[in-house]
Design a binder for this molecule. Structure first.
Ligand code: M6R
Length: 600
């Protein structure tokens, strides 16, 4: 989490930093700050989002070199003192940091014993003061940075400017994302390409522990962890300017929900890629087991993938939270395919779990939205969502595209064994965008339903089979943006505990589709109603039996069983969105969250 941006070059820095911060705001928004080198360093930081910082900044800060940060708090509350950039104890260095310094307490005590004082509660200031201390010993900033970084444990992407060294930024990464870019004599560092793709046309991807020195007239140079100069080739960066546009929508989340017919179409694997897919499918078929890794919504997509791959392709699939997998000493074999799912490709736990798989010689596949993200660079094979930038913190279009890719993968693997089914399902998948349009037309009706239920403090979501992960996703969406407590459960498990919670004030969303579980779901609805609970049933068109039983109904068009999750997720997204808006929540920037979780 946290976003960092830096610029130096011929033009004024302030505009680049503010625009870059706006593009990085999805990574954290509890406080923000900028520091601009202009003979001395001018430092401004403020609790709150980028708009709050903008309101606080002077209109024009002159200077052509600076760094900026948008924060998601780890160590220390969101306040002005803990906001970045931090200034070192001697006031000669200013730094922004994304990551976590795990041994900061020990280092802090050591520095305090040397008489160094601190003005924040952050681990970042500890790293900065350590660098400054090393500088006081070596009088060489590069050596000081290297010496300090050998003493810290954890992850970092840092950028440093010096009060008496104009036009220069020092940057380094280890485990946290950092890219550099340039165009026509303007140079940038940032947490991701999105931050700079309106200004740069060349991008560099440094490796862990590389140090970059960015100079306004000399350009960008790199050295490795031993201080040996290193050449990193730049790649072309496709420039876009449409990032921050909500178009006619009130929020990014709503825009992204409504983009799903298009984003889904873009997830269809093109015939031009068929030889790559055939190669991948042959490799997957040779695996004994698939281990799917992910976090949050990506994990839910993975669970749907398990149901589909096992049902259609008959390969055993295990789905693991990346954060648990990486620390539980899992058995990983070279005959395993480890399939990591991540919208951002930067989630720290997913990256670490994927690295563990690589160390154990498993084949790795990444399903990812962000091109050239860390996950795509650290996997043997990649499948892209092509969903376009997802800015809303709540994942919506990425989820339906992830499920689409997993469905296609399952169908490709099953193709020879289930030729007819594969062909029919692919055709039905192609018809799905039009069916999503039909669901989106119900947004107003779903809003009316949300008006009725948005004041509930709790919600249960139930589903069976492939609708169980959909229930989990529905509950996650509701809780993260509306702060209504919500639980997702398999329908059958309800009797084993959660039903104790049900009363008139505890409504349930029941996902009931026309499959082998339908009659059992109807029984679940009756069990809830017998305890005075209200039930909103998500049904398929024409399911009059469930419609008569449920208190409220939302219906989705008919499609093949395997494709139901893509359709049934959309009304749940809309319900969460409307409930959150009714409750006055900021749906794009829910409290305590960040889009990309780049720390453990
Ligand atoms: O970028 P990733 O897909 O790796 O992110 C994983 C989760 O952090 C993410 O899905 C999170 O749960 C979303 N806020 C859900 O809407």
């Amino acid at each position: 989490m946290c976003g960092i941006i830096g610029h130096t070059g011929q033009q004024a820095t302030q505009q680049f930093l503010i625009e870059g911060l706006k593009r990085l705001e999805y990574r954290g928004y509890d406080s923000a700050g900028v520091a601009i080198q202009n003979g001395s360093i001018h430092l401004y930081k403020k609790k709150g989002n980028i708009a709050a910082l903008e309101g606080y900044l002077p209109e024009k800060i002159s200077g052509n070199c600076g760094i900026a940060h948008t924060r998601w708090a780890t160590h220390g509350k969101p306040n002005n003192e803990n906001a970045h950039p931090h200034m070192s104890y001697s006031k000669r260095l200013v730094m922004v940091h994304n990551g976590i310094i795990e041994n900061y307490q020990m280092i802090k005590e050591d520095l305090m014993a040397k008489g160094i004082t601190f003005s924040s509660d952050t681990d970042s200031e500890v790293l900065l003061n350590l660098i400054d201390w090393e500088f006081s010993l070596t009088h060489d900033l590069i050596k000081a940075i290297k010496n300090a970084l050998t003493q810290v444990e954890g992850s970092y992407a840092i950028a440093i400017i010096k009060s008496d060294e104009p036009n220069t930024i020092y940057a380094c990464r280890n485990g946290s994302p950092l890219i550099l870019g340039e165009k026509d004599g303007e140079y940038f560092i940032a947490s991701d390409a999105l931050a700079i793709n309106a200004f740069a046309n060349q991008i560099y991807y440094p490796e862990d522990k590389d140090l970059a020195i960015v100079h306004a007239s000399k350009g960008i140079s790199f050295m490795d962890e031993n201080g040996v100069p290193k050449k990193i080739e730049s790649e072309e960066l496709v420039q876009t300017n449409d990032h921050a546009q909500k178009k006619d929508f009130e929020d990014f989340m709503l825009k992204e929900i409504f983009e799903q017919p298009d984003s889904l179409r873009r997830s269809f694997i093109q015939p031009s890629a068929s030889s790559d897919i055939d190669h991948l499918v042959e490799k997957v078929k040779a695996c004994n087991r698939i281990i799917v890794l992910g976090c949050g919504t990506s994990w839910h997509a993975g669970l749907i993938g398990k149901y589909l791959i096992e049902k259609l392709a008959r390969i055993p699939v295990e789905v693991e939270y990346a954060s648990e997998f990486r620390y539980r000493h899992p058995v990983i074999q070279s005959s395993d395919l480890v399939l990591s799912i991540s919208q951002s490709g930067e989630t720290a736990d997913t990256l670490a779990a994927n690295r563990l798989a690589r160390e154990n010689n498993a084949m790795t596949l990444g399903i990812c939205n962000v091109k050239r993200s860390t996950l795509t660079r650290e996997t043997d094979y990649q499948l892209y969502l092509n969903a376009g930038a997802e800015i809303g913190v709540a994942s919506t279009k990425a989820f339906t595209s992830q499920v689409s890719i997993l469905t296609q993968l399952a169908l490709f693997i099953a193709k020879e064994r289930k030729e007819e089914l594969s062909k029919n399902t692919m055709q039905a998948l192609e018809a799905l965008p039009a069916k999503i349009e039909t669901v989106l037309k119900q947004s107003e009706a779903i809003k009316q339903l949300a008006l009725k239920y948005a004041l509930a403090n709790h919600f249960l979501f139930i589903g069976r089979g492939v609708n169980y992960p959909v229930a989990l996703e529905g509950a996650l969406k509701l809780k993260e943006i509306s702060y209504i407590h919500a639980e997702g459960y398999p329908g059958a498990e309800m009797k084993h505990g959660p039903i104790a919670l049900i009363d008139y004030s505890f409504p349930t969303f029941a996902i009931v589709t026309d499959d082998e579980n339908r009659s059992k779901m109807i029984s679940n609805i009756k069990e809830i109603q017998a305890r005075n609970g209200k039930v909103i049933a998500l049904i398929q068109e024409g399911d009059n039996e469930t419609a008569q039983v449920a208190d409220e109904v939302i219906s989705i068009p008919n499609t093949m069983d395997e494709l139901i999750p893509i359709l049934s997720t959309v009304p749940l997204q809309l319900f969460s969105y409307h409930a959150a808006k009714i409750r006055g929540c900021n749906v794009d920037q829910p409290r305590n969250l960040a889009k990309s979780v780049t720390v453990e």
